[in-house]
Design a binder for this molecule. Structure first.
Ligand code: PLP
Length: 376
């Protein structure tokens, strides 16, 4: 298996811990262990007593029980816990794909969502989200992509990097289409619960489509990436069982303290997601003013959910712009080229408490560089 380097992760590896302002994070503001333990009386004592042996390979029963509450039809034995969403993506692809299979992937996207299948020898068709459609996916286009050997459709909504949230009707139609054709829908739902309007929240694919696999994680909506706990939820027992068998060769089981803390956080998920949504709403107000002021340089499609957007930069090559910005102001933006996207966009992240300061730095940079060494 030959895996191409993960461009976005390599870019973050270079900058994430060396810059002052991350203005392109894909996750929400985190918490300290102390802050998390303080949400539940007695939780600190519970952590001290928590056993440090191996945990159950599929995830501790009480953690799986707590995860199952996110869904309307899922029992704890239909949940398989992983180390991050990333392990779940890797194992799903290994469990389901054979060389020569075809998959259709919502694009641009987090690279592992297609790269692992490609490394197995699958044919990959991108189902492209385009700015002229406000990043909306076109179901007719999907139908034209279908082939007799299409094994899976991979979608991510709310979406990294565009912030696009599929409509209820399109999402249901997508699930029906996948079912009709016997194709597994892999639904990356790591940003679920971050809809700006609660009524826009989509059902989890696993609750409306018996063969679909829903992906969740502690990292994004709950801001607890350091726990490295992710999961899949599905009624598709053969796929879940194959993933579980493969997990014996990757991590066997998750970290016991992380399982304890994840369960605690999920018991408080409304509070934690609610706090993060409030940070997003506050920051969106600032961003709207920012983009109105700088309409000559940037064009953005305001998301309906999630902590990220994918604005367009006018007048300068985006990698050069991001490089100048990070070297002179210590503000990190992620050029769209890290998704191999050619449209001169960049990823903006706005679920961090220090976003106002980061935005002020960007504003100063723009003022100091009215043409920004090349901006028309
Ligand atoms: C859409 C999407 N899916 C999955 C992942 C992987 O999540 P984790 O880092 O928690 O494993 C990411 C991380 O950025 C992501 O953006």
């Amino acid at each position: 298996m030959q895996l191409t380097p993960f461009k976005l992760e390599r870019y973050f590896a270079r900058y994430e811990f060396n810059v002052k302002y991350l203005l392109c994070s894909s996750d929400c503001e985190s918490l300290s262990i102390g802050d998390l333990l303080a949400l539940e009386p007695g939780a600190d004592e519970g952590l001290k007593r928590h056993w440090l042996g191996y945990t159950e390979s599929s995830g501790g029963p009480s953690l799986r029980q707590e995860i199952s509450r996110i869904y309307t039809s899922i029992q704890s034995e239909q949940v398989l816990v992983h180390n991050g969403a990333e392990e779940a993506i890797f194992l799903f692809m290994q469990a389901v794909m054979q060389p020569g299979d075809h998959i259709i992937v919502h694009w641009p996207c987090y690279q592992s969502l297609f790269e692992i299948a490609r490394s197995i020898g699958c044919e990959v068709t991108f189902w492209e989200a385009r700015p002229q459609n406000k990043w909306a996916l076109d179901l007719d286009e999907l139908k034209r992509c279908l082939r007799s050997n299409t094994r899976a459709i991979i979608v991510n909504t709310p979406h990294n990097p565009t912030g696009y949230l599929m409509s209820q009707s399109d999402y249901r139609a997508l699930n029906s289409l996948a079912q009709e054709h016997g194709i597994i829908l892999f639904s990356d739902e790591v940003y679920r619960e971050l809809e700006y309007e609660p009524a826009d929240r989509l059902p989890s694919a696993c609750d409306i489509n018996p063969s679909a696999v829903s992906l969740g994680v502690m990292s994004k909506t709950y801001g607890l990436a350091g726990l490295r706990i992710g999961w899949v939820a599905t009624h598709n027992a053969p796929v879940k069982d194959r993933m579980a068998a493969l997990k014996d060769y990757t991590t066997i089981c998750s970290s016991a303290p992380s399982e304890y803390l994840s369960e605690l956080a999920l018991q408080q998920r409304d509070r934690i997601a609610g706090r993060n949504l409030q940070i997003i709403h506050d920051n969106l107000t600032l961003l709207e003013a920012f983009f109105a002021t700088h309409a000559d340089r940037f064009e953005w499609i305001r998301p309906k959910a999630g902590p990220i957007a994918f604005p367009h930069l006018a007048g300068q090559e985006v990698e050069q712009f991001c490089h100048q910005l990070v070297t002179t102001s210590g503000v990190l933006l992620l050029p769209g080229t890290m998704y191999d996207h050619p449209g001169n966009h960049f990823r903006l992240g706005f679920a961090r408490k220090n976003m106002p300061q980061a935005l002020a730095q960007l504003e100063q940079f723009l003022d100091a560089n009215p043409t920004s060494g090349g901006l028309a």
